[in-house]
Write a protein that binds this ligand. Structure first.
Ligand SMILES: [Zn+2]
Length: 159
């Protein structure tokens, strides 16, 4: 197992926490000097908060831990391509690198809809590695949405 695969596995463990509470399973860890310094998972519904994305939660914890808003020597591992809000925060935090599990054609801003992480016009660009444990990350999401559809169907059409 490569180091990237190992840390993505930890991000997947975070995503499973979201899954367990019926949240869209997205998880994230931030690594500094080969050590996980912060973890986060999606809690948007349970917290009733747009800002409760996995990445923002991990960035907040990482800064608390390091005592610095700059995360220049850190790498983020996230199971799904970040949205525009999180990609913006990642650039603002000066994150060195982001490792992505699966891409998100409908909302991703690390190369799908646009690539906020690597705009030459901004003062910081983030290195990107895509497709680490992609299969696992995308299967977890499709399983979640399949179950959600089935549950909704059962509710709408009780036997
Ligand atoms: Zn986000």
């Amino acid at each position: 197992m490569t180091a990237d695969e190992k840390f993505m596995k930890a991000a997947i463990t975070q995503a499973r926490k979201a899954y367990a509470i019926d949240e869209v399973p997205i998880g994230c860890v931030i690594v500094q000097n080969d050590k996980i310094i912060a973890r986060g998972y999606n809690r948007r519904n349970i917290d009733k908060n747009t800002l409760a994305h996995a990445e923002l939660s991990a960035i907040r914890k990482a800064s608390k831990k390091t005592g610095d808003w700059r995360l220049e020597d850190c790498t983020m591992y996230v199971t799904l391509e970040p949205c525009q809000m999180c990609a913006g925060a990642i650039v603002q935090s000066r994150m060195k690198r982001v490792v992505i599990g699966s891409m998100n054609a409908k909302a991703g801003c690390a190369g799908s809809i646009l690539n906020l992480l690597q705009m030459q016009q901004f003062n910081h660009q983030v290195e990107i590695t895509r497709g680490v444990r992609e299969e696992e990350c995308s299967q977890m999401l499709s399983q979640f949405f399949r179950e959600l559809r089935e549950r909704k169907k059962r509710k709408a059409d009780p036997v």
